[in-house]
Design a protein around this ligand. Structure first.
Ligand code: CP
Length: 333
């Protein structure tokens, strides 16, 4: 397996299966190993977090290590990631020094750095986490970058398997209305991992909300290799028909990337239709409801759905802990 954990794109299906099996052993208490004993792991948060931060800190502790949490611009200096810039603005330290100092203390570095939603062509290259990769000699773990959230996707795959058993499932990733545009990391990583595992994946979104073309091409290839399928539809009712899994997430349109005001106006027409409610869930094959959280109730999903027995969002959040312990053990043991 790769010495970093940036996207599941770098992993084979067999790698994914091994990580899921390892996560199950941690969850069942069958693996109580402490491969991080005496080691520290830096967790760098450019953006807020509940689940990622808490589950990483707890997981590192349970593996015998210690977490060092840093917030550039808050509890540590503001950080520049671009090469060759004259740093006469608001950035105090460069990633080049930040990383090389940190790795004198820590055995791995986790990084959370959301898309700024300003420049699609630039952000689709994931520039901040790539700057960490360029300068680091210790493993880098993606805790959600502009384009990928692989720890979330692995927890999602574990949750589907735990709730519905192994094998191919009808998995729907549905866009939902949200008052403002959000990054694409979660839908990208969920779709990619579902395809790699070999599920029958339907991605439902209104016109103009296509995910990255190159990513769709890659995940379509991975689905074929794994014996699954991928389809993209603009009809939310058709998408829900006979689904086993409904995974809701909102994201921004590439067309209006960098123009939030325009995006807010153009998406308003989808508010009433693009929500997960009981009526749509009735069309499914008694599907489980999933969301990475945090979620806006009665915006993305109704209270009736998220509070129903089919909602697995809390178990999904718990599974972040178990898969991240598997990922850390694999990278650092
Ligand atoms: N799902 C997720 O990554 O949650 P946080 O943003 O709270 O870490």
């Amino acid at each position: 397996m790769s010495r970093n954990f940036i996207s599941t794109i770098d992993l084979t299906r067999s790698d994914l299966e091994q990580l899921l099996e390892s996560a199950v052993r941690f969850k069942k208490g069958e693996d109580t190993s402490r491969p991080l004993a005496g080691q520290s792991v830096a967790l760098v948060f450019f953006n807020p977090s509940l689940r990622t931060r808490a589950s990483m800190q707890v997981g590192i502790f349970q593996l015998g290590g210690e977490a060092v949490v840093l917030e550039p611009g808050g509890t540590s200096w503001t950080l520049e990631h671009r090469d060759g810039v004259v740093m006469d603005g608001d950035k105090t330290e460069h990633v080049a020094e930040f990383v090389r100092v940190l790795e004198r203390y820590c055995s791995a570095i986790g990084v959370r750095t959301f898309a700024a939603l300003k420049n699609w062509e630039e952000e689709r290259t994931d520039p901040v986490i790539n700057s960490f990769l360029k300068h680091a000699s210790v493993p880098i773990i993606n805790l959600e970058s502009a384009m990928h959230h692989p720890c979330q996707a692995m927890a999602d795959m574990l949750t589907i398997r735990e709730k519905l058993g192994p094998g191919r499932k009808r998995v729907v990733l549905t866009w939902a209305w949200h008052p403002k545009p959000l990054p694409m990391a979660v839908p990208n990583s969920f779709a990619l991992a579902a395809a790699q595992i070999g599920h029958d994946l339907t991605i439902a979104h209104p016109e103009d909300y296509d995910l990255d073309e190159a990513l769709i091409a890659t995940l379509s290839n991975r689905a074929s290799e794994a014996g699954g399928t991928v389809s993209v539809v603009n009809d939310i009712d058709a998408a829900f028909q006979d689904a086993d899994v409904i995974y809701a997430k909102s994201w921004g349109a590439k067309r209006s990337y960098g123009n939030t005001e325009q995006e807010i106006i153009s998406r308003a027409r989808y508010r009433k239709r693009w929500i997960v409610d009981e009526e749509k869930m009735e069309r499914t094959n008694n599907a489980i409801f999933m969301h990475c959280l945090p979620v806006r109730r009665n915006v993305i999903v109704t209270d009736a759905v998220i509070d129903s027995p089919r909602s697995v969002v809390i178990d999904e959040a718990e599974n972040r802990l178990h898969v991240q312990k598997a990922i850390l053990k694999n990278l650092m043991a």
